[in-house]
Design a protein around this ligand. Structure first.
Ligand code: DGI
Ligand code: FE
Ligand code: FE
Length: 205
């Protein structure tokens, strides 16, 4: 188990303890525990894939920072930052990463674009994702408390190769959304086209 106690890279003005306290204030207990598990899973994946541990810790802790903010807060942030107005047609599941990253920037002082992109893309993925973005996308999906059908295969594939995990999650999530008649955010389809056909032969357990 990889661990990190002290930040030295100045990616946030806060210490790790202070950052953890901020997350504790922003989230209810189950969600707070989820971000701690995502951080740990992200650290292990980062270690295995040569990704910066401090970035993995900060992105893991902050990925759901905005999850419990009000719709009004998100609308305000979309206007303030001049984000794509089409975002207003969506809701919390899409906002908490894409718009939440701006809140992490302004409220927690995290300006590193790789970390911010990992937060932005943790729900929908993206056609192009850095290793850190892939680590956070997968850590959120396979953290130890996740218990949906297919999660063990997702863990196995991710251990073998981060990219296979990304392809598997992307396909399964789209499948799930289609089965439930949910609206598909356009970036989700771009993620599907970039990752799934390429690895299709290798992700069918
Ligand atoms: O925040 P978490 O619960 O830890 O996990 P998440 O951020 O990966 O997912 C939040 C929700 O977003 C989850 O229920 C699946 C949903 N989602 C992912 N892609 C799309 C989506 N919902 C819609 N409507 N459209 C999407 O493209
Ligand atoms: Fe999330
Ligand atoms: Fe999450």
């Amino acid at each position: 188990m990889t661990s990190i106690d002290h930040y030295t890279e100045k990616l946030t003005p806060l210490t790790r303890d202070e950052l953890v306290d901020r997350l504790k204030e922003a989230l209810d207990t189950p969600r707070f525990k989820h971000v701690l598990r995502v951080e740990q899973t992200a650290l292990d994946l980062a270690q295995a894939n040569d990704v910066d541990l401090e970035k993995a810790s900060i992105a893991g802790l902050c990925h759901d920072y905005a999850k419990q903010r009000s719709d009004k807060d998100f609308i305000k942030e979309i206007d303030r930052d001049g984000l794509d107005p089409d975002l207003k047609n969506w809701g919390n599941p899409i906002w908490h990463g894409l718009v939440g990253a701006e809140m992490v920037k302004h409220e927690l002082g995290v300006w590193d674009e790789d970390i911010l992109n990992a937060i932005r893309h943790h729900t929908t993925g993206a056609a192009t994702m850095s290793k850190l973005e892939q680590v956070i996308y997968m850590a959120d999906y396979i953290e130890p408390a996740r218990a949906f059908p297919g999660v063990d295969l997702a863990r196995e594939l991710t251990k073998k190769s981060l990219a296979l995990g990304v392809a598997y999650q992307t396909k399964s999530t789209l499948q799930y959304l289609l089965d439930h008649g949910s609206p598909i955010y356009p970036a989700t389809i771009l993620t599907y086209n970039a990752w799934v056909p390429k690895y299709e032969g290798e992700i069918n357990g």
